[in-house]
Write a protein that binds this ligand. Structure first.
Ligand code: 5GP
Length: 187
């Protein structure tokens, strides 16, 4: 059966680190590359981390109904999953791994139903999340403030996910996630 695994979390929860580890361990998993209208950060590459689109091009594709789901995650910055990306991965027989924001994760679970397993990565606390975002050193202080402000609302939606994994210890969080996934894949 065609399957998808959805990971959502407040920004800075360690979700991307966990997703990268899973992609190394499971060769049949493939990362869904989202489209975004934000600028590349650090070493990010077009077609690897995201499909980087101009705001104009993003809006044109919304009009053309090219997205499975899209969202203005931050004011003026769009993110979304292209239909072509889902087709690309499933046509190879691979399992799609989504790394999306919390609203996107809830929406994708509704869209894919029992083809989907949704996992919420929970930070130990909002204070720890802020420390990690500052330590990452990739975002301006006002961007960090926006992400921290959003985290509280996002955490309230954790019960809408199939599973919640607390990331206070990375190796344990990875092990917990693998156990959830092994069970889903075996179904
Ligand atoms: P970042 O700018 O840190 O890469 O991502 C910001 C947020 O947008 C993250 O929570 C990320 O998971 C989310 N995001 C990335 N791609 C998508 C997508 O296709 N749809 C939605 N709804 N959110 C996304």
């Amino acid at each position: 059966m065609e399957k998808v695994i959805i990971f959502s979390a407040p920004s800075g929860s360690g979700k991307t680190t966990i997703v990268h580890e899973l992609l190394k361990r499971y060769p049949q998993f493939e990362f869904s590359i989202s489209a975004t209208s934000r600028a590349p950060r650090g070493a990010e590459q077009d077609g690897v981390d995201y499909y980087f689109l101009t705001e104009e091009e993003f809006l044109r594709r919304i009009e053309a109904d090219a997205f499975v789901e899209w969202e203005a995650v931050y004011a003026g910055t769009h993110y979304g999953t292209l239909r072509s990306e889902v087709d690309r991965i499933w046509s190879k027989g691979n399992v799609i791994i989504f790394d999306v924001d919390v609203v996107g994760g809830v929406n994708l679970k509704k869209i894919f139903g029992n083809k989907a397993c949704s996992v919420f990565i929970m930070p130990p606390s909002v204070e720890e999340l802020e420390r990690r975002l500052i330590g990452r050193g990739t975002d301006a202080p006002e961007v960090i403030a926006k992400r921290v402000a959003k985290a509280g609302q996002e955490i309230e939606r954790a019960p809408e996910f199939d599973h919640v994994v607390v990331n206070d210890d990375l190796q344990r969080a990875i092990a917990d996630t693998c156990a959830i996934i092994d069970n889903f894949i075996a179904q």
